[in-house]
Design a protein around this ligand. Structure first.
Ligand SMILES: [Fe+2]
Length: 389
């Protein structure tokens, strides 16, 4: 285990090499990073003993041609593939069940998740049920899988959730709609393949929303009560990479260097989340998504400048923000929201002041808010929402 994480000189060093980055300080996931790295997929499958794999993805990825490309790499490598391409956004227990139904008893020995956070979460959810049986709610929480799980390879096509470096699957209960975070060290991907070429085809609004989400992960993880010196190094590296490249990918979507930095930045932030969790911006954003259907990245981005100001009243937290960004951090986030064309006020949505009390009630019961550096109660959330109109 390394105690110091070095910044990666990505374009001169890693993009051209076959080197696998060890994120070892916080996660056991090995990362194969760089343009074209997905071409090494069959070798990675074989290194983990895979011969017959389940490929979990969504229709958009199939349409973009990525699924076909990945299937060809696998088939050429002599690996049998069973594809599941019905992943939906914010996957539910029904989605996991339908994925499991298709491959139960087929002798699958490895799972590949290809796509955004929803594909990776569905793949992880499927792994729990295929190997340990029962229902997703049995794994709600941490470390509840008793039997071994199948090796997972995660191939993100967006620079956002960082799910490729996390052991949690977020699966919603189909009946109650409650989002369950089901985590187990065995559920984390054994290998994450970060190939920025796969991120070139995403629609512009996906780039902007996932980018703001990743940035919010870097910022929130840097100050939580669970942060450590090591997790902060990941947060800081992530922030620098994302802050430096976000404007470029918005203006010049084919810029592979900027796409590389975004993808690596999102993975670093995901690694930080694994140990430091998130804070009040995510707690405030979740009810906006649940009650008003506001896209996750837009909801978090909108609340984040207000949460940064709120947290800055705590001198220790303010010091960290100042270390993260030498100028006004909340203003920088607002600036990036404007460049990404993401609304910065609640008035731009169908949210009224009369909704504040139900939103605050919901926000104050979010688990993620408990890790915020300053305590946030229902009244504080009401103030945060009020300030966002
Ligand atoms: Fe997020």
């Amino acid at each position: 285990m390394s105690s110091e994480i070095k910044a990666v000189d990505i374009c001169s060093e890693y993009c051209q090499s076959d080197e696998i980055i060890d994120f070892g300080a916080l996660t056991e996931t090995k990362v194969d990073f760089g343009p074209g790295s997905v071409s090494r997929l069959a070798d990675h499958v074989k290194s983990l003993g895979g011969t017959k794999v389940l490929l979990v993805t969504d229709p958009g990825i199939a349409e973009a041609g990525h699924m076909e490309w990945v299937m060809m790499i696998l088939t050429k490598g002599g690996i049998e593939v069973m594809p599941y391409l019905d992943v939906r956004e914010n996957p539910t227990t029904d989605d996991v069940a339908s994925c499991v139904d298709g491959v139960k008893g087929e002798g699958i020995d490895l799972i590949i998740g290809l796509g955004g956070g929803s594909s990776l979460d569905t793949a992880k959810g499927c792994n729990f049920i295929l190997t340990n049986g029962g229902h997703m709610k049995d794994y709600w929480g941490s470390g509840k899988a008793t039997d071994d799980m199948l090796p997972l390879i995660a191939i993100p096509t967006t620079a956002g959730t960082g799910s490729e470096c996390q052991s949690y699957a977020i699966i919603a209960d189909s009946e109650t709609h409650v989002k369950m975070a089901c985590g187990d060290k065995k559920a984390a991907a054994r290998i994450a393949i970060l190939d920025p070429e796969l991120t070139l085809t995403q629609p512009a609004n996906v780039t902007s929303h996932t980018g703001i989400d990743a940035l919010s992960h870097a910022i929130e993880t840097s100050v939580t009560t669970k942060r450590s010196d090591i997790s902060y190094q990941y947060s800081k590296l992530s922030f620098d990479l994302l802050n430096e490249s976000f404007e470029t990918v918005l203006k010049d979507p084919k810029n592979i260097e900027a796409r590389s930095k975004m993808l690596l930045g999102a993975a670093y932030a995901g690694t930080a989340i694994e140990s430091s969790m998130l804070g009040a911006a995510h707690a405030a954003a979740n009810p906006l998504t649940a009650q008003f259907g506001i896209i996750h990245g837009a909801a978090v981005g909108l609340m984040l400048p207000h949460v940064i100001k709120y947290n800055s009243d705590d001198p220790d937290t303010k010091k960290i923000y100042d270390d993260l960004y030498s100028e006004d951090l909340s203003r920088r986030v607002s600036e990036l929201l404007a460049i990404a064309d993401i609304p910065s006020t609640l008035s731009r949505y169908d949210v009224g002041k009369s909704n504040v009390s139900s939103l605050s009630k919901d926000a104050s019961s979010q688990w993620t808010g408990t890790f915020n550096p300053r305590k946030v109660g229902e009244g504080d959330f009401a103030d945060l929402y009020e300030s966002a109109f």
